[in-house]
Design a protein around this ligand. Structure first.
Ligand code: FEO
Length: 400
């Protein structure tokens, strides 16, 4: 694949990783691979914005060499420390030996703790500019989107925002732009990325987009560091991030559970019938056979969540515990929740699920429902009624 032109003198020179199926260790499933996007700007001063994951360094360098002699690079901008973007810096800084490394102070501290290199740092902060000749770059620090060092770079004359991880998707493709690929696939990966990486930072997301709008920057194109470049309608992803950041939810119920011998699953189905009886859409996920990241993606915009588990050793099953552990870190907003499950001896799972939900500060609808061993027909009717009451509560609550 050749470099791809975004505008006169602005090129994508990143790499496509078709094979990866896990990211951030094994905490993020990448069913469709990913890309590492780096951008080359040709002007009187030549600039590289970000690099790629180290195994792809040669691929990126090959693309860059089609455009420029790397010795002529004046600036290498590091928008973010994480290895998937900074990992090729040692190789690049050896080849671009005259280049200054442009980053903010937090990023410098992080880079030094990664590479222990004596690079010629040029520190920038929000509002700073670098003139490249015909083009100029502005910087906007974006701490916690998604690391403390994260920063956005903006090419003023081309109105191109390069926000690193924000607005990205883990999506490998032969194409580079949003008008070239299936929109459902693109938005599906964009929401998964938001839900699993940016959900805890919703209020920061909203403030940062507000800051961009107030800064007077016109955004004609957004080139994130993963996936597809937004050029057809960059407002679409900005508006989606605003909705997700504000925690807007739909009248939909997610039932996520695990069962040992099927009793808790019977309860889940009976509860779901009660939810449906009230005209509310539901989804059921058995956590031991589901992809956690996909479940979290669907949870982002669901107003109601019901968590179920059988009890083992006075606690919930491990897949439920793992799911709630991840969810706690993601700090879900605007949820109404409940718990259910069967037990054999003295119980414990439902109470512990409720405790974890309370720690997340989600609203508990009513005390959870639990039955000993296999629920009777009468007990399944109680589950049905539990589902109905839950759906009525969902209908009665506002959507945001
Ligand atoms: Fe925070 Fe794509 O690295």
């Amino acid at each position: 694949m050749n470099p791809v032109k975004l505008a006169d003198g602005v090129y994508w020179v990143g790499a496509v990783d078709w094979n990866t199926r896990h990211f951030h260790g094994h905490t993020y499933s990448t069913h469709h691979g990913t890309t590492y996007n780096a951008y080359l700007i040709i002007d009187e001063k030549i600039t590289l914005v970000d690099t790629v994951f180290p195994p792809f360094a040669e691929e990126m360098i090959g693309r860059m060499k089609q455009i420029v002699d790397l010795q002529k690079i004046d600036y290498v901008i590091a928008n973010h420390v994480e290895t998937d973007h900074s990992g090729s810096l040692p190789q690049i800084m050896r080849l671009a030996s005259k280049a200054k490394l442009v980053c903010n102070i937090r990023c410098k501290e992080g880079l030094l703790r990664h590479y222990y290199a004596d690079w010629d740092f040029h520190l920038v902060k929000t509002g700073d500019k670098i003139n490249l000749g015909k083009k100029s770059l502005s910087f906007l620090e974006a701490p916690m989107l998604h690391w403390p060092d994260s920063m956005f770079t903006y090419i003023e004359e081309d109105q191109i925002l390069l926000p690193n991880d924000a607005f990205g998707q883990h999506l490998a493709s032969s194409e580079r732009f949003d008008d070239q690929i299936d929109e459902c696939l693109l938005m599906g990966e964009a929401i998964k990325y938001y839900a699993n990486i940016l959900m805890p930072f919703g209020s920061i997301v909203v403030k940062k987009i507000d800051e961009i709008q107030k800064s007077g920057w016109k955004v004609r194109m957004i080139g994130p560091s993963h996936g597809i470049i937004w050029r057809k309608n960059p407002q679409k992803i900005l508006e989606a991030y605003l909705r997700w950041g504000k925690g807007e939810v739909q009248n939909r119920v997610m039932i996520a559970f695990d069962s040992m011998y099927g009793a808790t699953e019977k309860m889940a189905k009976a509860i779901s019938e009660g939810v449906k009886e009230e005209g509310i859409e539901f989804e059921i996920y058995k956590l031991s056979v589901s992809d956690r990241n996909d479940v979290i993606t669907r949870l982002l915009e669901a107003k109601g969540i019901l968590i179920g588990s059988a009890t083992v050793d006075n606690d919930m099953l491990p897949d439920v515990l793992g799911f709630l552990g991840i969810l706690k870190g993601l700090k879900p907003k605007n949820k109404i929740a409940g718990a259910f499950g069967s037990f054999g001896w003295s119980g414990g799972a439902v109470k512990n699920i409720e405790n974890m939900l309370q720690e997340m500060k989600v609203e508990i609808f009513e005390p959870g429902i639990s039955f000993k061993y296999v629920p009777t027909e009468e007990e399944l009717k109680l589950c049905f009624e539990f589902g109905r009451r839950f759906a009525q509560r969902i209908k009665g609550a506002s959507s945001t």
